[in-house]
Design a protein around this ligand. Structure first.
Ligand code: SF4
Ligand code: SF4
Length: 180
């Protein structure tokens, strides 16, 4: 099935936003703070409550498809939703991201949500969301979601739940998930 062109265009713009956030953050932190050697506490249960928009989830799905890991990614997302009860979207739930690798790296680095890109070390031993940097692009990111979803209502959801929803939201994928 042909993918909708407006979704493709929105994904390209989202990628540009992600790149610009990453570049500006890297420039600012260069030589001062680094994630090197950390076991990625910010991606783990107890700390991580990252949410993703439908378009951010679709970007991750496309990355997984490109490298042949879609079914595994969906399985891992489903396990996370069940284990940490993310489906009901209750406030305060944290979870270990299903895309965190055994080596404590982000397994979807090239397509990670904007909130992940802007969560950084801010001083020795401390990390936080760079709220100002994120806020500067949120409005544009919302417009991209509206355009890709053609006016359909949406809201950010815990990343694993957003992944499962996006798997058949933009166009029907023939996956185990969509056949359930
Ligand atoms: S932002 Fe902080 S907690 Fe997350 S990986 Fe980097 S150093 Fe570790
Ligand atoms: S997408 Fe990557 S950076 Fe974001 S929570 Fe998951 S593993 Fe961490």
């Amino acid at each position: 099935m042909e993918r909708p062109g407006d979704t493709d265009r929105a994904l390209l713009e989202l990628a540009a936003l992600r790149d610009s956030l990453r570049d500006s953050g890297n420039r600012e932190r260069a030589g001062r703070f680094s994630c090197d050697g950390c076991v990625s506490w910010c991606c783990r249960e107890g700390f991580n409550s990252m949410r993703a928009t439908p378009l951010e989830a679709e970007a991750i799905l496309r990355l997984l498809e490109e490298r042949g890991g879609l079914e595994e990614g969906l399985d891992r997302a489903r396990e996370a939703v069940e284990r940490w009860r993310l489906g009901d979207d209750a406030p305060g739930r944290t979870y270990t991201c299903p895309f965190l690798t055994a080596g404590s790296r982000c397994g979807v680095h090239g397509a990670k949500p904007l909130g992940c890109v802007t969560f950084t070390p801010v001083r020795d031993g401390g990390c936080d969301q760079d709220g100002d940097r994120l806020a500067a692009v949120l409005e544009r990111a919302a417009v991209l979601n509206d355009r890709a979803l053609r006016g359909e209502a949406w809201e950010p959801r815990p990343l694993p739940a957003a992944i499962l929803e996006a798997a058949y939201r933009f166009f029907p994928r023939a996956t185990k998930q969509s056949r359930q």
